[in-house]
Design a protein around this ligand. Structure first.
Ligand code: FPP
Length: 255
């Protein structure tokens, strides 16, 4: 069995808290933040991008290995066109204004989610972000864009079904590793900690397969107000968790 403590938590130095390897975020509450201020929803998303920048900065300071951000779900297309267009505009601007800086900071960007039916220029921005940073070795920033976990699992099953139809795989050979290897997150470790802001306590079709043993922290703060101190509070909560992976004790194997 996997040694939960040593594989998923990294002690940076005596001054720093113990941090998990991989933290995922559901950045929720932008709309409510704007509404509370009598502003259009896109103003909340704009403020959300600032929060996202601060969060990446904090992750770099903490020397986190993997940071996943749920930026746009496959269900978000059903929002009013003006809001969807506004979010696409924020993504374009973010890549134009922040990609060089992230690259200079040795950040490797990976995009997960379906690439079907994306506007051409958005797809090109995503590909550019991945290509520019592909050989970096610092923080891996995983951006979930046009992402839905059920869609991801269906696409993985389709790939497996094609292999079977082509005679390259026997159905009896399908294992968790085979299925996991066809997901968008193949080669990435599962998140150790998932933080959702805004007071909602649900996964909303995010990383359903990968979060089987993830610890959840739900915070009563809207994403644009999410501060470094909230991040630290979630890390402190994580550090106290007893991750047992179905066993009776996280730190030693029990026979
Ligand atoms: C959830 O808040 C947030 C989103 C659906 C989008 C988050 C997007 C960004 C922070 C900008 C993306 C840009 C880049 C650079 C990747 P909500 O609108 O559901 O809030 P509500 O629940 O209060 O309505």
């Amino acid at each position: 069995m996997r040694d939960a403590i040593s594989s998923s938590m990294v002690q940076i130095d005596d001054e720093q808290p113990i941090v998990p390897r991989h933290v995922a975020f559901i950045m929720d509450g932008n709309g409510r933040w704007a509404q509370q201020r009598g502003l259009p929803r896109i103003a909340g998303h704009r403020a959300g991008v600032e929060s996202l920048r601060k969060t990446i900065g904090h992750a770099l300071k903490l020397k986190l290995e993997y940071l996943t951000l749920f930026s746009f779900s496959s269900e978000n297309w059903s929002r009013p066109a003006s809001e969807v267009d506004g979010i696409m505009g924020l993504l374009r601007r973010f890549v134009r204004s922040d990609l060089a800086d992230l690259n200079a900071k040795n950040v490797r960007i990976k995009i997960i989610g379906s690439r079907d039916h994306l506007p051409d220029d958005i797809l090109n921005y995503l590909i550019e972000a991945e290509k520019t940073t592909e050989s970096n070795t610092g923080l891996t920033l995983i951006v979930a864009f046009n992402y839905g976990a059920r869609d991801e699992i269906c696409r993985a099953v389709q790939k497996i079904a094609h292999k079977i139809a082509d005679g390259d795989l026997n159905p009896d050979e399908i294992t968790e590793a085979i299925l996991g290897g066809e997901l968008d997150t193949a080669s990435l470790p599962d998140p150790d900690l998932l933080i959702r802001t805004s007071g909602e306590s649900r996964l909303s079709n995010f990383l359903l397969w990968q979060s089987a043993y993830t610890e959840f922290v739900f915070l009563d703060v809207l994403w644009p107000d999410f501060a470094e101190s909230d991040f630290d509070e979630a890390l402190q909560s994580f550090a106290k968790r007893d991750r047992r992976y179905g066993n009776v004790c996280a730190t030693k194997s029990v026979v």
